[in-house]
Design a protein around this ligand. Structure first.
Ligand code: CA
Length: 450
């Protein structure tokens, strides 16, 4: 035992030669047991630290105080100081959100009030419409025509309301510049006046900016006399023909028949006659007769020398080179040729074979007028497609082969009239004015000789 202690002590003494000396003590403790003690000097301190309370203790106290302070703040004792910055941001965001919420509530209440106001006005309009429908037709002032409901009961041809309306029309004074013989208003005559446009339907999509709508004056089965037809003509492959059971269904936009034409349509010049749709085939002078009953092309023929696809359009363009029309005398084509040098040619066509029966060359340049239509064998032209207050400005009479200037006012309410045609049964002009399918009453009579 002692040997081992001596060896260890020697090692310590040898290993600590470069250091301070080591001391070894042996003594009895208070219980009289032997106790060995050895001491080695600190390599870093020249003497033992002094009593408790020295610089190190001060430092420890200082650090402990700091630590206690941090612990206290972390556990919440002084949380306000630690969390002050983020809490302020949250508070600000919360205040802002509450403000926005209040504003949204106010906006919602304002919109709710607007909706209620609109609903009230719609209900008033509906009641007014019902009231107008319920009472007999009165003298149709221009203002009343403007307010006529889209369903337009006057279109129920042959109904008492329609007859009464027409009877009242004869009592409206004629324009000052034209004296009318009222007894001749029941049959063919020259165009005396055109009523205010009545809008029946607004086309839904961009394809409906231009178009043509029609009613067959000599409808045959399977479609009735009230059937209306419509083609939106914007696009390169126009083939869809929509059929509506009557004016109400057209106004509501509910077609009862949709036909896909076997060959594409060009222009807004199509027309409906004796159970067939007549139209110009796209990019050609070919006229087609599409039979509605068999849903197939029944005849086709080129219109001799006719310009097409932008050669001789109306003033608004739109490839309106060949315009077909139907009046009391049958089927017509309104167009031009190189030989006519852009002047309007009117040809009467055989409705079965599409052959030209007879042609008239006018002195009206086709590209200077907006549209044309036939009434009682007379061709009329519209001066402007965009002017809100334009006129029918020329009339060419195929009976005399003479033309003359006229000035029958016509309103382009929507300022882009792409189609105008006459319906002899309704005695109305049908037009397509900037998405709107509109009609105008017309009055025929004998103008004062001049
Ligand atoms: Ca026309």
């Amino acid at each position: 035992m002692w040997l081992q202690v001596a060896v260890c002590l020697s090692c310590l003494l040898l290993g600590g030669q470069g250091q301070e000396r080591a001391a070894f003590y042996r003594s009895n403790d208070r219980n009289s047991r032997c106790q060995y003690t050895f001491t080695v000097a600190s390599p870093a301190e020249s003497s033992c630290p002094t009593a408790v309370g020295g610089a190190e203790m001060d430092s420890l106290k200082s650090r402990l105080t700091l630590l206690e302070s941090l612990v206290s703040r972390l556990v919440g004792g002084d949380a306000g100081a630690v969390g002050a910055v983020p809490d302020a941001g949250l508070q600000e965001a919360y205040t802002q959100a509450m403000g926005e919420n209040s504003q949204l509530q106010r906006d919602k209440e304002r919109l709710d009030r607007q909706v209620q106001e609109l609903q009230r006005r719609v209900e008033e309009q509906r009641q007014e419409t019902e009231r107008l429908l319920a009472r007999p037709c009165q003298a149709p002032s221009a203002a009343l025509q403007d307010q006529r409901p889209a369903s337009d009961p006057a279109w129920q041809h042959g109904s008492p309301g329609y007859q009464e309306l027409k009877a009242e029309v004869t009592e409206v004074p004629a324009p000052k510049q034209i004296q009318e013989s009222s007894q001749e208003n029941t049959g063919c005559g020259e165009l005396v006046s055109i009523g205010e446009p009545v809008s029946h339907r607004r086309a839904e999509g961009i394809a409906g900016k231009y178009g043509v709508w029609m009613q067959d004056p000599e409808a045959v089965a399977p479609y009735g006399t009230q059937m209306l037809w419509r083609i939106n003509t914007v696009g390169t492959e126009v083939r869809e023909l929509f059929g509506y059971e009557d004016m109400d269904q057209l106004s509501l936009g509910f077609p009862t028949k949709v036909l896909l034409l076997p060959e594409p349509v060009e222009s807004t010049g199509a027309t409906m006659y004796r159970g067939s749709l007549y139209y110009q085939r796209r990019r050609s002078r070919t006229l087609l007769r599409y039979d509605l009953a068999t849903e197939s092309i029944a005849s086709r023929r080129d219109l001799p020398h006719a310009g097409f696809h932008g050669q001789f359009p109306y003033s608004w363009g739109g490839y309106t080179d060949i315009d077909l029309a139907v009046d009391e005398q049958g089927l017509w084509a309104i167009y031009s040729t190189n030989k006519a040098k852009g002047a309007i040619v009117a040809s009467q066509l055989d409705p079965n074979s599409l052959e030209v029966k007879k042609s008239w060359e006018t002195n009206i340049r086709k590209n200077t007028v907006a549209n044309a239509f036939m009434i009682c064998g007379r061709l009329y032209t519209v001066a402007s497609y965009s002017s809100p207050n334009t006129t029918v400005n020329y009339m060419f009479d195929t009976a005399t082969s003479e033309s003359k200037s006229v000035a029958v006012p016509l309103r382009n309410r929507y300022r882009y009239n792409s189609m105008v045609d006459y319906n002899r049964v309704q005695r109305k002009l049908f037009a397509w004015d900037n998405f709107h399918m509109v009609s105008y009453d017309v009055r025929l009579g004998k103008p004062e000789a001049n």
